[in-house]
Design a protein. Sequence first.
Length: 172
Amino acid sequence: MAIIMDSGPLIALAKLNVLPLLVKLYGKVNIPEAVYKEAVIDGKSRGYTDARIIESFLAKRQWTPVKVDSNNLGGKLADLNIGPGEKACIALAMRTPEPLVLLDDEYARKACRERAIDVKGTLGVLVEAHRRHIIPFDDLDYYLNQIGNREDIWIHQDLCQKILLRLKDEKH
């Protein structure tokens, strides 16, 4: 399975300092150039610490950004009201066998589902890490509470709490 990652989960996981989960879960992740530009280049120009963390993480693993021409798909993606990173992820997924796209934007997730592309967000990555016994429940609880309480990660606290409640119910 080819993993394609958008900037939302990449930035959120960097803010939580858990980027190594990507290696443990997926081995390698494909980052389109548009996502790299948004998360690293634009982030560094704005002084965001997580941009340097992402840059260092990607360089250490020698994960170079993937060139993707999302304009080459004509009207298939042009009319979508999503950013260039999301479009690049979907364009790459459309030419990749068995892709899993990691992104948080709901409109982009809907566009993936309409194209029968598997999609998962930041919370899904953390839950998968827990279910695969990479992180214990207490750590997952901590990360989801961090997400819910941070103003620089745009995932609603109610969603984090719903996931925690569902997982607690699964344990019993």
